[in-house]
Design a protein around this ligand. Structure first.
Ligand code: F6R
Length: 241
């Protein structure tokens, strides 16, 4: 596991954007695994600026997002479909048909999950996976539990995650209690992984990711088993290392 510690959120975001951009420059038809949430927002902003300066071209890039809330319409402002469109896709030259998110609205959710796995596989697999991390060590929406899912599936969100994510909704009751997420196996099959974390609130999860036992109670600890993981942290997130 490589660990890069940057001074603050802004320099963490710039460093992460350079990782993604160099992946795309070296392999223009890269398959990227993408995350939502507060953490990668600065990275997306940097990538948009690099695109505007013609430093990176997304015309052949394929993306697969990690997760989506269950039964939240795609045009709902809190859906991850909406998030990706507003914060990234509509500002760059990516082709809409090359962007993928799990469809939390699918009538047959199990078939949707199998379809998502097949789509990732037939694209050749994820070249670079971008991850954030929950305060409880979740990656994607793979929450701490006795058992973790290998493949894409429907999962229950923990009370903690619902509470943390309620900051984006008008009340905690509005936060969906379930989500579709790629599984731990799907994440660990990516050729390269970068995990971004910023702020003191993530420091314990980062400590456990790097120095803790590999345990299903800290899903991010499984990253210790992957041969090519880089953590890009700001000083506060790295403060317990
Ligand atoms: C989002 C995702 C989640 C977030 C995590 C951290 O697609 O997969 O694992 O990365 O909940 O969220 P923020 O960045 O909002 O702290």
């Amino acid at each position: 596991m490589r660990i890069i510690v940057e001074e603050d959120y802004e320099s963490m975001s710039k460093r992460a954007a350079l990782f993604v951009a160099s992946q795309v420059i070296l392999k223009p038809d890269s398959v990227l695994g993408l995350a939502t949430g507060s953490t990668p927002l600065g990275m997306y902003k940097e990538l948009i600026e690099m695109y505007q300066r013609s430093e990176v071209d997304f015309s052949e890039v394929i993306t697969f997002n990690l997760d989506e809330y269950y039964q939240l319409p795609h045009d709902d402002a809190q859906s991850y479909h909406y998030f990706m469109k507003e914060n990234f896709f509509k500002h760059i030259n990516i082709k809409e048909y090359n962007t993928h998110l799990p469809d939390g609205m699918a009538a047959d959710i199990e078939e949707e999950c199998r379809k998502y796995e097949r789509a990732i596989e037939s694209s050749g697999g994820i070249d670079l996976q971008v991850l954030g991390i929950g305060e409880n060590g979740h990656i994607g929406f793979n929450e701490p539990a006795e058992k973790l899912n290998v493949y894409t599936g429907l999962v229950n969100l923990t009370e903690e995650t619902i509470k943390v994510n309620s900051r984006f909704f008008s009340s905690v009751e509005e936060v969906p209690t379930k989500a579709v997420t790629v599984g731990m196996g799907t994440i660990l099959k990516a050729k390269r992984i970068i995990l971004l974390a910023s702020g003191e609130k993530k420091a314990e999860a980062i400590r456990d990711t790097v120095n803790g036992h590999v345990t299903t109670q800290v899903p991010s600890s499984f990253l210790q088993l992957h041969p090519d993981v880089t953590l890009i942290l700001d000083k506060a997130a790295a403060s317990l290392l």
